[in-house]
Design a protein around this ligand. Structure first.
Ligand SMILES: NC(=O)c1ccc[n+]([C@@H]2O[C@H](COP(=O)([O-])OP(=O)(O)OC[C@H]3O[C@@H](n4cnc5c(N)ncnc54)[C@H](O)[C@@H]3O)[C@@H](O)[C@H]2O)c1
Length: 339
């Protein structure tokens, strides 16, 4: 197979990042179909992307022979049902993070893709971001010794979508935003989560307090891995200053720092000495190349029949850690991961 034909499932915010890459930026891919339950969204996006095979019904799309692979970019609580159907229709699956809400859903997704011999990759694009990749290489080389602490920050300017307000049904901010931190911290630590302890508070979105008493917009989580690496993951959404994804790794022989708040090549200074620099505005521009490279890598896995670089097991491990962290918020205690 020289070219991989894709169907986009869910043409919203993140879906359009992948759709534009597949339609315009990746040579050996074709975006041949779009599924979105909202026909107006499908129509508008189809026009922009030059795609005429538009569906509101996934089963109808799957019964066509229009594509070999799908990109699942729908709200997280729909991932399991959609992914299992696609796998059973023998479509390779790129699935956005978080893989699922509950670990048992992720396990069913892994089973469906493995039973039907189709590829599965989870959308943890940080693993394709040059600074994160470089950090992993330096750790692997051993030149700075062993990792002792990983400190990961994940903050964004917008409030996650309304379906995330009910934490019991969505895993809240820890799931929707900090999944990335849970995955990259585990990847950099090179071990499995053993236990977590989390504290959270709702400071800025008081209007949600009454209807969603468990909602939080600030969270800090302490983690410990099986190899005794320790760390913290902190999240705040919304923040007023921009998009912020930074990681610090303390090693026995040095320090690695990934990312910075200042995103754009812009600097100004006035007569009063006031300096202005632009922060990253969005995950879309901070990880622009990583979104492209993760999709290129997925396509290579499909065309060359190679394992994907971010697997269902990686997705499951993150769901387990996120669920344990939310359990800790309820119990006020340290929680073991993996159950
Ligand atoms: N990797 C990243 O950096 C990143 C960034 C943002 C979102 N995400 C993830 O992407 C997923 C989607 O998030 P979003 O912010 O793009 O959501 P969104 O609300 O902007 O878009 C979701 C789209 O899916 C459609 N949809 C809903 N249910 C559907 C169904 N059953 N079948 C087909 N279409 C359906 C909606 O009509 C909508 O157009 C989430 O899992 C989210 O966590 C990842």
């Amino acid at each position: 197979m020289d070219r991989t034909r894709f169907c986009l499932i869910g043409a919203g915010r993140a879906g359009m990042v992948h759709a534009r890459n597949l339609a315009f930026n990746i040579k050996n891919a074709d975006l041949t179909a779009i599924v979105d339950i909202d026909s107006k969204v499908a129509g508008k996006r189809g026009e922009e992307l030059g795609v005429t095979n538009l569906f509101t019904d996934l089963d109808e799309a799957l019964s066509s022979d229009l594509f070999d692979a799908v990109v699942v970019v729908t709200p997280t609580f729909t991932h399991r049902e959609i992914l299992v159907k696609c796998a059973e229709a023998k479509k390779h699956v790129f699935c956005e993070k978080p893989m699922s809400i509950r670990p048992e859903e992720a396990r069913a997704m892994i089973e469906a893709t493995s039973k039907n011999s189709v590829k599965l990759q989870i959308g943890f694009m940080r693993r394709f971001d040059p600074p994160f990749l470089h950090a992993r290489e330096v750790i692997d080389s051993g030149e700075l010794g062993e990792v002792m602490i990983v400190k990961s920050v994940g903050r964004g300017p917008g409030l996650p979508p309304p379906w995330t307000y009910n934490v019991a049904e969505s895993n809240g901010l820890l799931g929707e935003v900090n999944s990335h931190d849970f995955d990259s911290t585990r990847w950099l630590a090179g071990s499995e989560y053993r236990r977590v302890y989390a504290e959270a508070v709702n400071r800025k979105v008081k209007k949600l307090e009454k209807e969603y008493p468990d909602f939080y917009d600030n969270v800090v989580c302490t983690v410990r891995f099986d190899n005794d690496v320790i760390g913290t993951i902190d999240g705040t959404c919304p923040v007023d200053y921009g998009y912020d994804a930074r990681t610090e790794i303390v090693l026995t022989g040095g320090l690695i720092s990934i990312g910075e708040v200042r995103g754009q090549a812009y600097f100004s200074c006035d007569v009063h000495g006031v300096i202005r620099e632009n922060a990253w505005g969005s995950w879309r521009n901070r990880f622009k190349d990583a979104y492209l490279d993760e999709m290129r890598s997925f396509i290579t896995s499909v065309t060359d029949d190679r394992p994907t670089l971010v697997t269902g097991q990686d997705g499951l491990a993150t769901v387990q850690a996120v669920v344990a962290a939310n359990r800790s918020l309820k119990s006020g205690a340290v929680e073991e991961v993996g159950s």
